[in-house]
Design a protein around this ligand. Structure first.
Ligand code: CP3
Length: 349
């Protein structure tokens, strides 16, 4: 059977069209998702495999994206660890927080396959509903990003608590990040066993570290996660927000795809990460622009790509609520209609 374009692109194999999907593609910009949200809370959706399948498949059917991403949240594995997560109007709120070394010792050990079984069931049902139209991506937060939320308790603008914890209590921080890496690795492995056909780690907060500290407190734990969940034919994607200062150290991660944000130069990223596929990196706010402007910027972005066989089109971060749906449709059309530069390899055989 022919490989889906998304999977071929992840491995740098020749394929027809540039694949496109977008982070948070199931979400509040979409009227069909909002209709479900009127009846159920975010957590109710996450805990119901039927609803998960429904909202995961929606954007694929509506726009023709080349991949689906399971509807869930990076924060869910914190609950069985003993940190309660509430999704409020103003974003997530977590408690009790990890503030002292003793809080790390108190965290509960758990088996992701049991405690997060509803996610795995959601993956199974979604695979049935997708009928192999496109691959399904599983995901989790990267250890550092999970530790960020466990210490900070919310998305904040200060970003100080995790850094203070790391420098004040390096031993406890190491234990904490190591425990997160094992759990996340097992969780992604369980997602793959349930039917996920690619996995993505979101290091949404890793970008608050200096490059040296990124090497010490985020990178080794990402490597450990990818070591645990390595599986034949299942691409591993790392998304890093604010990725520009860290490109060199991402090159030696054993994974197939690196997702970058819009501040990072695509040409430069391609050169530094030449043996990996790049995923990104349109500024999500450009989807508010006039259609002509959007088209022009999509074309400019695609011209910057060094190897069109090693590229997956995405936004540089999640799509914003209120994004005009017509522009999402236009984006998919433009990317699919783009004439890839073909490499010689494509004509072999
Ligand atoms: O991409 C997808 O379509 C799959 C679903 C998905 C959600 N969250 C659903 C969600 C994914 C991949 C995530 C990842 C996630 N969650 C990240 C990493 C990506 C990033 O944005 O950096 C982070 C940091 C979180 C934590 C989180 N969850 C925050 C900060 C918020 C509030 C801010 C926001 O965008 O709403 C959430 C809530 C959340 N997760 C919503 C959705 C659809 C909104 C809840 C709602 O619909 O009411």
């Amino acid at each position: 059977m022919k490989k889906p374009d998304f999977i071929s692109a992840a491995y740098g194999l020749p394929h027809e069209r540039i694949p496109v999907w977008i982070m948070r593609q199931a979400g509040r910009y979409l009227p069909e998702y909002q209709a479900v949200k009127k009846k159920y809370s975010f957590m109710q959706i996450c805990r119901s495999p039927e609803l998960v399948a429904k909202v995961t498949v929606q954007p694929v059917e509506i726009f023709g994206f080349d991949a689906a991403i399971i509807f869930s949240d990076i924060l869910l594995p914190l609950e069985p660890l003993g940190i309660k997560v509430d999704f409020t109007e103003n974003g997530p709120r977590l408690y009790p927080l990890v503030e002292r070394p003793a809080d790390v010792t108190r965290l509960k050990a758990f088996d992701p396959a049991r405690e997060l079984d509803f996610v795995l069931e959601g993956i199974r049902v979604t695979r049935e509903r997708l009928h192999n139209r496109v691959p399904l991506i599983g995901f989790c937060g990267a250890p550092f990003t999970m530790a960020y939320y466990a210490t900070e308790g919310r998305s904040s603008l200060n970003d100080t608590k995790i850094k203070r914890f790391i420098f004040e209590h390096p031993g406890a921080a190491f234990d904490f990040l190591s425990r997160l890496a094992e759990i996340i690795g097992q969780y992604l492995k369980a997602q793959i066993a349930a039917g996920a056909e690619a996995v993505q780690l979101f290091d949404s907060r890793g970008g608050i570290l200096s490059p040296e500290d990124y090497r010490a407190y985020s990178l080794p734990f990402i490597k450990r996660v990818f070591e645990i969940c390595r599986a034949e034919g299942i691409p591993r994607i790392l998304y890093l927000n604010n990725s520009a200062p860290y490109l060199e150290c991402l090159a030696d991660i054993d994974c197939e795809v690196i997702g970058i944000d819009w501040r990072t130069d695509l040409g430069k990223a391609g050169k530094i990460l030449k043996r990996k596929t790049i995923q990104g990196n349109l500024d999500p706010h450009l989807l508010f622009a006039a259609p002509e402007k959007l088209e022009e910027r999509i074309a400019q972005l695609l011209e910057k790509v060094g190897d069109h066989n090693r590229f997956i089109f995405n936004l540089g971060h999640g799509i914003m609520p209120q994004t005009p749906v017509a522009n999402v449709r236009l984006l998919v059309e433009k990317v699919h209609g783009y004439q890839k530069r073909t490499s010689e390899i494509e004509f072999v055989g």
